[in-house]
Design a protein around this ligand. Structure first.
Ligand SMILES: Cc1cc2nc3c(=O)[nH]c(=O)nc-3n(C[C@H](O)[C@H](O)[C@H](O)COP(=O)(O)OP(=O)(O)OC[C@H]3O[C@@H](n4cnc5c(N)ncnc54)[C@H](O)[C@@H]3O)c2cc1C
Length: 403
């Protein structure tokens, strides 16, 4: 599509942002026969990368990409306290993958284009008002008419801002780099003390290398440098340095007249792991379904799109709410409390329970299992425990009595 100055063209759906959420939304809309345009501000897809590339098996499957995107298969995690023995959680079978996020994004966009979506690169969407998307970029100033906009424009979401929608509850900053790493085992390492607001990670990616990084609210660079020193040896090469922001805690409203916000634009990343690809892709599928229905009914007002928010909330809203409560508890714990929690969770029966019920994308089942386990009450007195009490609201009716 070329439009050197002002150009107007009508689409059923304009999707802003060709990350995993946007490409999924565009693919699903095009597959359903809607005329769809996918607009991306960068000249290339999958760049810059702002992700550790850790996806559960379910998240990977939901992306629909080829196994070429997998760099390494992961079977478990080890959680390191500030002192003492770590907590080892190895399922011994594939649970997650380290993926090449750039390749994943490119394959997902290619699938959207194959399904019939039109791709417009190097074009920035500034705002959307009264059915017209105002864009600027390599194609000049384009005004694109769309019955519906699916805003998949990431954490900054210019579309949400142009509509005056409020922001996600917390925005964390992250830094990450690839380093040489001797072990090629498929075990992710988690370091809660690397960042008191979240955690630090080491993810083996095969080929004798690993990604190390952390997310946090403040002093992120300083904390990353300190964390890096733990691993960094002379003659080690630091490559693929990544910085990025992660929105946590969904926006109060994720729809408006003719607009639905998906993925990071809506603040849908998981507060427990920082993963946003799975929920982004799921939300995009719900948004595309609703877009198809609204086009059939020829109704695009906010009340017709409200069902989109209900759909994603029914799907994983409870997980996000619980995740935010867990994050609040985590952020209130002192270093020694974290160490104590790790040492309690090392009890063999609890390890077994974690391995059986643990699910990176849906933590509620694990929390329910742990809360029913007598061993967990050794944590009584910790801030962790007072936090657990609050989870009953979110987990009911699945949960019975809590002492
Ligand atoms: C350090 C870090 C590590 C992470 N690690 C993981 C992980 O291991 N696993 C995981 O699942 N998640 C991880 N995440 C989160 C994950 O990267 C995001 O949740 C995910 O990328 C969200 O996908 P999205 O498509 O919603 O948004 P994005 O991937 O951010 O895509 C948005 C797209 O919109 C484009 N865009 C933005 N504004 C405009 C505009 N106005 N016009 C046109 N185009 C626009 C952008 O260029 C971009 O391509 C991590 C995040 C950070 C910061």
């Amino acid at each position: 599509m070329s439009c050197m100055t002002e150009y107007k063209m009508m689409y059923d759906v304009a999707v802003v942002g060709a990350g995993p959420s946007g490409s999924t939304a565009a693919r699903c809309c095009a597959e359903a026969g809607l005329s769809t345009i996918l607009i991306e501000e960068h000249a290339a897809i999958g760049y810059p990368i702002q992700c550790a590339g850790l996806l559960s098996s379910a998240a990977f499957e939901s992306c629909g990409v080829t196994r070429r995107c997998i760099q390494h298969t992961l079977t478990g995690a080890t959680v390191y306290p500030s002192a003492g023995e770590p907590l080892c959680l190895d399922a011994g079978v594939p649970k997650a993958f380290a993926v090449d996020r750039g390749m994943l994004d490119r394959e997902m966009t290619a699938m959207a284009v194959s399904a019939g979506a039109e791709l417009m690169l190097k074009q920035y969407a500034r705002s959307f008002h009264q059915g017209v998307l105002d864009t600027i970029g390599a194609s000049g100033a384009c005004r694109i008419g769309a019955k519906i906009v699916i805003a998949a424009d990431g954490v900054r979401s210019p579309i949400a801002r142009s509509l005056g929608l409020d922001s996600p509850i917390q925005i964390l900053s992250g830094i990450q780099a690839d380093i040489r790493h001797a072990s090629n085992e498929g075990i992710v390492e988690i370091y809660p003390h690397a960042s008191p607001d979240f955690f630090g990670w080491l993810i083996p990616i095969g080929g004798g290398r690993a990604r190390i990084g952390l997310l946090g609210r403040d002093r992120v660079r300083e904390r990353f440098v300190a964390f890096l020193h733990r691993f960094y040896r002379r003659h080690n090469t630091l490559t693929a340095i990544v910085t990025g922001a992660l929105p946590l805690g969904a926006r109060e409203r994720t729809y408006a007249d003719r607009v639905m916000l998906v993925g990071d634009a809506a603040g849908l990343a998981k507060p427990t792991s920082g993963g946003g690809v799975y929920t982004g892709v799921r939300s995009a599928m719900h948004a595309a379904d609703v877009a198809v229905r609204c086009c059939e009914l020829d109704r695009f007002d906010a009340s017709s799109l409200e069902i989109y928010e209900k759909r994603w909330k029914d799907d994983f809203g409870r997980e996000l709410k619980l995740g935010m409560q867990l994050l609040e508890v985590r952020q209130s714990l002192r270093e020694e409390e974290i160490d104590r929690a790790i040492s309690v969770l090392k009890e063999p029966e609890l390890v077994r329970a974690i391995l059986e019920a643990g699910d990176m994308d849906r933590p509620s089942r694990l929390i329910l299992t742990l809360m029913r386990h007598p061993g967990i009450y050794q944590l009584a007195g910790l801030a962790f425990m007072s936090g657990l009490r609050r989870f009953t609201d979110v987990l009911s009716p699945g949960f019975g009595r809590f002492p």
